[in-house]
Design a protein around this ligand. Structure first.
Ligand code: EPU
Length: 417
């Protein structure tokens, strides 16, 4: 099986271009199902999760052609409403097909995603929202069966601001009869990106980016042409890498406003940050200071950068407290970081990281997507030989050519079979 091999690297130097956001690409692909006309997506990242979504959509009748960085999506002939277990188990985000299929076809049958390495991750809020809109939902043999002749607008309150739950509800509400209001909606930039595409398709949506989103249902939607926003988590990962290696890296083609919480923390760590319209320059300090973080929904510190930040705190001067509030089991990387010499104590949802002068190279195992990125970052600064990161299929789910991008900044990193 393929692995990534890393040797202690010189300070990273140069510029890196950020790819399209995975967590926008997936809902935007699903949204194209709401119309029978052709849609075009630009800046589509080459990722395993995107391939999985493509495969499921092709299975139900969509025709998707890649041309460079673009996807041409023809949804004129949807002949199935089922997302099967064999594909859904590869990627939880397949649940994003539920809202669009139900709204467009009146029926959907989606395998229940089940838990995953970072937590139980229920979908009760997605199902409650669609039920409030009049869908009949039953669970049968591990599948969600949903039916509704035409969904009806409703007032929906989410107990927790769920990202994909907000997206599913927004997509379904676009073709519902009447007005839907989502309260305590997620405010992540990917929600606003989806709303932009839906508006291009003819939807009537207000309030995206705030915690109250209003959707006025329309009878039909048309195809759209849309450019996916840059991946703020990929950008954040490279920013942290620049700090860890005491590098000087320009992060190009990103949206700095999407990275406010990280920028503030990196400044406290001692980094020099210069923000331009669509780029961020990050210079690492000689001494990395310990800083505490608490993960929160946007615009708070993203859970998807918690593991990478922890890798940085392992070599910081002092002690840092890392609190994970979004997922109950997102410290799987701790055991692997300890194998590299890190001093981390976990107590429930809180980790206390005592910074050390060095991490030590070791073979380690990736457990999920962001944990893999954290181990690669640790490998860039680890002393005493080669760090080998195994199970990198997790990494390929969400990072486009990560090792090539790091190598272009001067890192000693390569992939081996
Ligand atoms: N939750 C419920 N019930 C639900 C839905 C969510 O209790 O019906 C809980 C979850 O268990 C969690 C919290 O609500 O404790 C927030 O979860 P959310 O639904 O927002 O997560 P998600 O939509 O499943 C997306 C991203 C994740 C990212 C989270 C949080 C996509 C495809 N995935 O997941 O991305 O961590 O939001 O920002 O957008 C990743 O890219 O590595 C990744 C895991």
């Amino acid at each position: 099986m393929a692995k990534i091999v890393i040797e202690k690297s010189v300070p990273l130097k140069g510029a890196v271009r950020i790819s399209g956001a995975k967590n926008s690409a997936l809902p935007l692909m699903a949204a194209s199902l709401l119309s029978g006309e052709r849609s075009v997506l630009h800046n589509v990242p080459r990722l395993r999760d995107v391939d999985t979504m493509k495969e499921i959509m092709e299975e139900i009748g969509a025709k998707i052609k890649r041309e460079g960085d673009s996807f041409l999506i023809d949804t004129g002939n949807i002949h199935s409403i089922e997302a099967p277990y064999e594909l859904v188990r590869k990627m939880r985000a397949s649940i994003l097909l539920l809202g669009p299929l139900l709204a467009r076809c009146g029926r959907a049958r989606i395998s229940l995603p089940g838990g995953c390495a970072i937590g139980e991750r229920p979908i009760n809020l997605h199902l409650n929202a669609l039920s409030s809109m009049g869908a009949e939902i039953s669970l049968e043999n591990g599948y969600i069966n949903a039916r509704a002749k035409r969904l009806k607008g409703a007032e929906i309150f989410f107990d927790i601001p769920t990202v994909t739950g907000t997206e599913n509800t927004m997509m379904a509400a676009c073709l519902a009869e009447g007005k839907t209001i989502i309260k305590n909606a997620a405010k992540e930039p990917e929600i606003a990106d989806l709303a932009d595409m839906l508006r291009e398709m003819g939807a009537d949506i207000e309030g995206d980016g705030t915690d109250k989103i209003t959707i006025y249902g329309v009878k039909e939607l048309r195809g759209a042409e849309h450019r996916i926003i840059p991946d703020r988590i990929e950008a954040g990962t490279f920013m942290i890498a620049s700090v860890m290696t005491r590098g000087e890296v320009e992060i190009r083609e990103c949206i700095p406003e999407h990275l406010g919480a990280l920028i503030e923390k990196l400044e406290k760590v001692g980094a020099e940050i210069r923000v331009k319209k669509d780029s961020i320059f990050v210079k690492g300090p000689d001494v990395i200071k310990s800083v505490d973080i608490k993960t929160m929904p946007f615009p708070g510190f993203p859970t998807d950068l918690q593991a990478q930040f922890m890798a940085m705190m392992c070599i910081a001067d002092g002690c840092s407290v890392i609190k994970e509030t979004i997922f109950e089991n997102r410290f799987m990387h701790v055991g692997e970081l300890r194998r590299m010499g890190a001093d981390i104590e976990v107590n429930g949802s809180q980790a206390i990281v005592k910074g050390k002068k060095h991490l030590l190279a070791a073979p380690v195992m990736a457990t999920d997507l962001r944990a893999s990125a954290c181990l690669v970052l640790a490998g860039l600064v680890a002393e005493g030989g080669r760090t080998e990161v195994h199970r990198i299929y997790h990494l390929d789910r969400g990072y486009e050519m990560m090792e090539n991008k790091f190598a272009s900044l001067g890192a000693k990193i390569w992939r081996e079979s």
